[in-house]
Design a protein around this ligand. Structure first.
Ligand code: NAD
Ligand code: MG
Length: 400
């Protein structure tokens, strides 16, 4: 009898979120090739319990220790053999575990930074959804990847599209693209739910409206980021780091249908694009299987039914976050860390109805103007800048 083929062991950081659930969906459809080795969440006991019962991972980690205790009790009553860990130490443990082949980094926000870095420094195949980690620690992250030989596959749909359109070597290394005939890259943006709203209408929008994205179903934070277009600002910084291109060579183009996920312009006039229905299972499946392909469960693209694809220039007056992102990307200092931290605080305050939608960019810009910029190298310096910006943003949101 032929020996059973080894399955790839996957650690999902943030398995209860939108990306996490989609990742499990793809694993479920390809169970002969992949298995969940570790699943993690902040505090959602019921969903993590359900996931553990179905996928039987070796480890489950909850950031919150009380939630971990509750999960432990439930699993032990159900006679599950999954071991429950807690805290940042638990997240770092599973992200760097020797048995793990592949880490899906899908915790939202700066909270995902340390375990994502752990996966990078231990040389994993790293499926990177947590863009905030890269925005905060881009240079450090890329250095760790280089030293450890980790393979990074971007999961953000735009960056995954660019990854698919660039010449990439066997090790998923994609540096020095200016030397490979790349003229520029174009990040497409749906424009979010408020693409056609006037400035005065934007001042009145609610968290529910902001979270109601026309094309994508995502967690609340990234949904608000898409509505302010700060998401595209983070993505511009993300692209600049991942593909080693200056921000001047990265354009943003509004494409409301979200069918073309991004494009690469070459010196000879060729433009390569990646197309597909807006469904995160496509980049997730691409990342899991890379360099091969697997079924993602996504409906086949029907261009005749869609009829037309539209494009327009972004409007930085109604969406000032785009300008703030470009300025931060060009700065070469701690501006991206400050931008990201101030945004996380402002978005949380908006979701709590403490500030209005159009105050989000105002707070980010005030924090960017007030906080002294530095060149940061170590993780300690990054965390220090991040925490300073969060305090300042909290102070400003309280004053609004
Ligand atoms: P989400 O809010 O749906 O899920 C977040 C996950 O992270 C949950 O499992 C949650 O338990 C966990 N988490 C939250 N705070 C935590 C903390 N402090 N410590 C440990 N775990 C914590 O978010 P999402 O929409 O799945 O997005 C995840 C990441 O992927 C984000 O960085 C987002 O920008 C990126 N991303 C998401 C999409 C999408 O379609 N949802 C697309 C592109 C990129
Ligand atoms: Mg994206």
């Amino acid at each position: 009898m032929a020996p059973e083929k080894n399955k790839q062991k996957v650690c999902i950081l943030g398995s209860t979120g939108s990306i996490g659930v989609n990742t499990l969906n793809v694993i479920r459809g390809n169970a002969e090739q992949y298995e969940a080795f570790a699943l993690t969440a902040k505090s959602q006991v019921d969903l993590l319990f359900k996931q553990c019962m179905e996928f039987r991972p070796s480890y489950a980690v909850m950031l919150d220790s009380e939630a971990a205790e509750e999960l432990r009790t439930k699993l032990s009553l159900a006679e599950s053999s999954t071991e429950v860990l807690d805290g940042m130490s638990g997240l770092n443990f599973v992200a760097g575990h020797d048995d793990v082949d592949c880490v899906m980094a899908a915790i939202v926000g700066g909270a995902g930074l340390l375990p994502t870095l752990r996966a990078a420094e231990t040389g994993k195949k790293l499926l990177l959804a947590n863009k905030e980690a890269l925005v905060m620690a881009g240079k450090l992250f890329m250095r760790l990847v280089k030293q450890s030989g980790a393979k990074v596959i971007p999961i953000d749909s735009e960056h995954n599209a660019i990854f698919q359109c660039l010449p990439i070597d066997d090790h998923a290394r994609f540096t020095s693209h200016s030397g490979q005939g790349v003229k520029k890259i174009v990040l497409t943006a749906s424009g979010g739910p408020f693409l056609n709203n006037t400035l005065s209408e934007l001042k009145e929008v609610s968290p529910e409206q902001a979270c109601n994205h026309p094309n994508w179903s995502m967690g609340p934070k990234i949904s608000v980021d898409s509505a302010t277009m700060l998401n595209k600002a983070l993505e511009l910084i993300e692209a600049s780091i991942l593909f080693d291109l200056p921000a001047e060579q990265i354009d943003v183009l509004i494409h409301p249908q979200s069918i073309i996920h991004s494009m690469v312009y070459y010196l000879d006039g060729s433009v390569l694009a990646q197309l597909g229905n807006p469904d995160m299972r496509t980049p997730i499946a691409h990342g899991l299987a890379w360099p091969n392909r697997i079924v993602a469960g996504v409906e086949s693209l029907n261009l005749a039914e869609i009829g037309q694809l539209n494009f327009q220039q972004p409007d930085e007056e109604r969406f000032p976050c785009l300008r703030l992102g470009r300025e931060s990307a060009l700065s070469g200092d701690s501006a991206p860390i400050i931008l990201n931290a101030a945004n996380e605080i402002a978005v949380a305050a908006f979701l709590q109805r403490e500030i209005r939608f159009m105050q989000i960019p105002v707070i980010i810009e005030e924090v960017l103007n007030k906080q002294e910029r530095r060149t940061v190298k170590s993780i300690e310096e990054i965390l220090e800048e991040d925490s300073k910006a969060r305090s300042l943003a909290k102070k400003l949101t309280n004053e609004k």
